[in-house]
Design a protein around this ligand. Structure first.
Ligand SMILES: Cc1cc2nc3c(=O)[nH]c(=O)nc-3n(C[C@H](O)[C@H](O)[C@H](O)COP(=O)(O)O)c2cc1C
Length: 189
């Protein structure tokens, strides 16, 4: 009986180790195999998915743990089309704003990390996502739009992540454009 328990324990522990290794591989695959979606289609993004995506942003690391960000989830089509025109129905914009924003490089880096977490979390849930900074300067100049979006006083927009349903069947690895070879951008000393 004791021996059976021991053997069972070994199997359970082995299973736990294998599962942990498998989870690690899935996390790495998510970090490596993303692409900036172009093929957004109409369709809702659920509140449950949005909550999980925003939690990834809220949990991002920041210098001295200052968390100098605010996240605005723009679901209102009239508002989001002022930022990114031609959004199919149901696409959502997540606007990342920083305290002191545009001129503070530490705040920008913190917001960038939260942006990446949001971008990857959306794809981990099977949604499409794309980061935008193109519309940011115009948005920051538009005080009325900033007020309509409820961006806190003293904050500036830093980046946007568009999240939405995408054409099914797109293979993330081949959808991404080529990257530089690792040996051209990495050096070991
Ligand atoms: C900081 C940043 C800003 C970006 N701004 C825009 C943008 O304004 N408009 C746009 O269409 N794509 C934008 N992108 C998406 C990039 O063009 C895309 O991530 C890159 O080309 C790699 O795409 P791939 O992963 O699909 O190969 C931005 C990406 C990053 C990281």
């Amino acid at each position: 009986m004791k021996r059976t328990g021991f053997v069972l324990g070994i199997f359970l522990f082995g299973g736990f180790i294998l599962q942990a290794a498998d989870t690690g591989s899935q996390v790495l695959a998510g970090i490596t195999n993303h692409y900036a979606a172009r093929n957004f289609i109409a369709g809702a993004v659920s509140r449950a998915d949005l909550d999980r995506i925003l939690l990834a942003g809220v949990r991002a690391p920041s210098a001295s743990n200052r968390q100098p960000w605010h996240f605005t989830v723009v679901q209102n089509a009239a508002l989001s089309k002022q930022i990114v025109p031609n959004m199919p129905e149901g696409n959502v914009l997540i606007l990342i704003s920083g305290d002191g924003g545009q001129t503070n490089s530490r705040v920008i880096l913190d917001c960038a990390l939260a942006t990446e977490s949001i971008y990857l979390a959306a794809q981990a849930l099977g949604l499409g996502s794309r980061i935008y900074t193109g519309p940011i300067d115009a948005l920051n100049r538009n005080t009325q739009l900033k007020a309509d979006l409820g961006i806190p006083n003293g904050y500036s927009a830093v980046a946007l992540v568009r999240v939405g349903q995408v054409q099914p069947g797109v293979d993330a690895v081949s959808a991404a454009s080529a990257r530089k070879e690792a040996n051209s951008v990495v050096s070991y000393k």
